[in-house]
Ligand binder design. Sequence first.
Ligand SMILES: Cc1cc2nc3c(=O)[nH]c(=O)nc-3n(C[C@H](O)[C@H](O)[C@H](O)COP(=O)(O)OP(=O)(O)OC[C@H]3O[C@@H](n4cnc5c(N)ncnc54)[C@H](O)[C@@H]3O)c2cc1C
Length: 421
Amino acid sequence: MQTERSVAKHDEAEIRDVRRTTCCVVGGGPGGAVLSLLLARRGVDVTLLEAHPDFDREFRGDTIHPSVMEIMEQLGLADKLLELRHSEIRSATVQTDAGPFTPLTFSDLKTRYPYITMMPQKVFLKFITEEAKRYPNFRLVMEARVRDFVEEDGVIRGVRYEAEDGWHEVRAVLTVGADGRGSRVRKLAGFEPKKTSPPMDILWFKLAREPDDPEGALGRVGRGHIAILLDRFDYWQAGYVIPKGAYPKLRHEGIESLRRSFAALIPEFADRLDHLADWQQASLLSVESSRCPRWYRSGLLLIGDAAHVMSPVGGVGINYAIQDAVVAANVLAGPLKDSQARLIDLDTRYLAAVQRRRELPTRFIQALQTQIQHRVLANVLRSDQPLSPPRWLRLLTRVPLVRSVPARIFGLGLWPVRVKE
Ligand SMILES: Cc1cc2nc3c(=O)[nH]c(=O)nc-3n(C[C@H](O)[C@H](O)[C@H](O)COP(=O)(O)OP(=O)(O)OC[C@H]3O[C@@H](n4cnc5c(N)ncnc54)[C@H](O)[C@@H]3O)c2cc1C
């Protein structure tokens, strides 16, 4: 006899409906949305559950790296995507006390998309889910907050979610947790990510944008501080990088101290800081980096931030989530269709294969990010001296072949993934 896990908050009578699908994806972020599209294209029944009523996210990543544009091209969607409002960053220059320093130059990359496409994440997610809606086997449910698993004999058979009108159940051959860094699915599965604590946090706030401002992104490094400005078309998303745990002290010193330090780094924006009058206008991002030792269980797979939270160094979080989605779809579409047709469980070997293929690139980039955090960023944040990169590094970044290496690693990845049709 099958045993089913009981749900503490509600009983069976409260479930308004039970729907069946082949793959239930929890979380409509970049990873979940792209996976749903890819599976739908391959003829797999997919239900995507998203907790929020829309895709609007304040202060989220808007960076689409060349690797993702290549994936979009393989799907025949790149040109259509680039018709939407966006800007392009071809290199990243940081102003240091010794002058400009350009550690990332994308224009040397051998790709049709040698730049970072800056596009609001909500626009990208809407684009992807609209594409998925063209397939009748795709279903999107917004405002669906997943609270619990449907579990039988240790196999995850779907989820229960809470919506405005009550509780619902989705039964599936495979449940995918793509629900981000605070993943509910990961907690329900009992997976504990191994965390490393990068030596910094970031305060994000908005600054007014003026018509003559440059496009793209700006970065400044000064004595003990790093400032970032990201172009959001209608405003600037300003980031102020502080040493980990320094927020209470900064707050104690008053908002004026934040305005002063930021203005010292980017003086041309000083007058726009006047509107920053309250700490409520700034959000603290506690920077973290983590990875789950295991990404799957019978009937369940984690992808994206749910499996591994990436440090903001190199802005690769979205790209890694999307690459996980591509590999998961490549590996699982066939076996899922087979399970659907023959009413059998999905063999966990396929889930293990997804983790195997994605874990190494994730480990590699996280190790690189850790080195950059500890050897470069921690020193910058600790220093009260004028800063400049060593001369050998400046010279190296002038050699085209060497100059393209960081952009290749962060922009295309060491193991680029391709969509299997
Ligand atoms: C402030 C900030 C700035 C960032 N900047 C960048 C950047 O510049 N470049 C970059 O590449 N990355 C950036 N990142 C990281 C990037 O946003 C993530 O790595 C990426 O979004 C991960 O994608 P994902 O699909 O795995 O998860 P997410 O994008 O986190 O999506 C998870 C989704 O699941 C939904 N969800 C959560 N719980 C439930 C539930 N119980 N039921 C149903 N749905 C649920 C959420 O509403 C969300 O839509 C930034 C992150 C933050 C916080």
